[in-house]
Write a protein that binds this ligand. Structure first.
Ligand code: MN
Length: 510
């Protein structure tokens, strides 16, 4: 234990952080990895999980003599992911038994891949919030099955210590997983926590784009373990690492890395040694605490699974899958940036706000790109933050991209101006109306673009300000400001601004 952490700035001045990340992703195949039991990660159907031990077969319960059969779709998803991560796809991979005892693992071994994984030697270029790109090298991505779930009842913390009893649910046992393991990531310095979080975010976006997982962090579809060590600044040797388990949000990944950097720096600075161990992440206090010691080669007595033949993937299969790969997030961002004509900074803001997919949907529904960007990045973003929900949640529950497009189309057609559009959007967000066009109609919000009505207001204004009329007629358009103001006031802000300016120029010359 250390009494006092170093500040992050002190810590990264004295030490170079190295991190590595293991990500487990649940594949959304219909059935489990080695049997025909329904996969709860297929649709993330909560009701399925409310009835413990119903999504099982003798295989996923690990009954003696039950024989596994490999899920072809899971292999295909792993190939897709491997290709997206620039990995080599191994022509032969082998499932092994990883032996350990835990109540949620009734077989006493996890079927995984060991020395011959399906995907290896890849990389992912990760873009940080300011646009800097950092390459993360990937050592391997292997297929394995998930374990069941223990629930410890009666204690204060939900951990096994202090619990009265524990429940075991095997519904998750046998859910197909791919585990993606990075090589040690060095040289990120003080940006290490950001790179770690951005890497997992980039992975999550790829899972979604490929459609191989629902990829909802909050549902546990994507789970990350963060390895972190420190070395003396400038030293080539790696320090002793800790592995913080199950850090399951992007912010938590960043915060866990920051905490471990500060903690390990304090331990090392006071002459202590970092223990090689797993650590638990505590979301409430944003700290980690010691778990179990972990040696470099925990002895799981791996041996090839005798009930499964080696997995041979021929080049034709790989090439067939390669042809079905959808556009990946990085390529899509590049394309949309060009198509939409967004400036670098605009695009970065859009991406950091998680608004790109919503803007794309809005444009596909008929909006101009800049119009779509404006709504999602201003009024809708404000609404999201005021209500502490995400933009996606706004789109799901309050205002769809189609509604935003309908609103923007009214502006483009000159039916309403920006000011009225904001009112209409407010009405939609408050749940007081669905169809922007109908709201405009019913509330009489249409802009006054009837020339006759506008001209008479303009003439009234000129009577009150004859000098302005002469100035405008003489070409001083700056003098039109007060006249425009009077017209807007007289029409309750519902005048079509562009038409008003045109009419003022015409009328001034008369
Ligand atoms: Mn694993």
């Amino acid at each position: 234990m250390v009494d006092k952490l170093l500040t992050f700035e002190e810590a990264v001045k004295k030490f170079d952080p190295t991190f590595g990340i293991e990500v487990h992703v649940e594949l959304c195949t219909k059935t489990k990895m080695f049997c025909s039991a329904p996969n709860p990660a297929f649709e993330n159907d909560k009701s399925l999980l409310e009835n413990p031990n119903t999504l099982t077969t003798p295989v996923s319960l690990g009954l003696p003599g039950a024989l596994p059969v490999l899920n072809r779709q899971a292999v295909e998803y792993a190939i897709m992911l491997g290709l997206a991560l620039n990995c080599k796809i191994a022509p032969r991979s082998v499932f092994s038994r990883k032996n350990y005892f835990y109540p949620d693992l009734s077989k006493d071994f996890q079927t995984s891949q060991y020395d011959l994984p399906t995907c290896l030697d890849g990389y992912l270029d990760v873009e940080l919030e300011d646009g800097e790109v950092f390459r993360v090298e990937i050592e391997r991505a292997h297929l394995e099955e998930d374990a069941g779930k223990n629930t410890h009842v009666g204690g204060a913390t939900g951990r096994i210590q202090g619990a009265d009893h524990s429940l075991v649910d095997y519904n998750r046992a046998g859910v197909p997983l791919v585990e993606i393991v990075t090589r040690p990531v060095r040289g990120a310095g003080k940006r290490a926590p950001e790179v770690a979080a951005a890497y997992v975010k980039a992975l999550r976006d790829i899972f979604k784009a490929l459609g191989i997982s629902r990829a909802q962090m909050e549902r546990g579809n994507v789970r990350a373990d963060v390895n972190l060590s420190l070395a003396e600044s400038g030293s080539q040797e790696l320090g002793t690492r800790t592995e913080t388990k199950n850090v399951n949000s992007f912010n938590a990944i960043k915060d866990a890395a920051i905490y471990e950097i500060r903690r390990q720096a304090a331990v090392l600075s006071s002459g202590g040694k970092v223990n090689q161990e797993t650590r638990h992440w505590h979301e409430d206090s944003k700290t980690t605490s010691a778990g179990r010691p972990k040696s470099d080669a925990d002895d799981y007595r791996y041996f090839p699974e005798p009930d499964l033949v080696p997995l041979d993937i021929d080049t034709q299969w790989v090439e067939r899958v390669r042809k079905t790969l959808p556009e990946l997030p990085a390529a899509k961002r590049k394309r949309l940036k060009e198509e939409y004509g967004f400036a670098d900074l605009e695009m970065r803001d859009v991406i950091n706000a998680g608004a790109l997919d919503l803007i794309e949907a809005t444009v596909l529904a008929g909006s101009s790109p800049q119009g779509a960007r404006k709504w999602w990045m201003t009024q809708l973003a404000t609404f999201a933050s005021e209500n502490a929900i995400t933009l996606d949640e706004v789109a799901d529950t309050k205002c769809t991209p189609e509604q935003v497009a309908a609103l923007q189309k009214l502006i483009d057609a000159g039916d309403i101006n920006d000011k009225i559009a904001r009112q209409v959007l407010e009405i939609v967000l408050n749940g007081e109306g669905d169809d922007p066009a109908k709201i405009v109609e019913e509330k009489g919000l249409k802009v006054v673009s009837d020339d006759g009505a506008l001209v008479s207001v303009i003439q009234d204004a000129f009577k009150k300000m004859p000098k302005a009329k002469d100035d405008i007629a003489a070409g001083n358009l700056g003098a039109a400001g007060p006249i425009i103001g009077m017209v807007m006031k007289a029409t309750g802000g519902q005048a079509d601004g562009k038409r008003v300016r045109e009419l003022i120029s015409e009328e001034a010359k008369k």
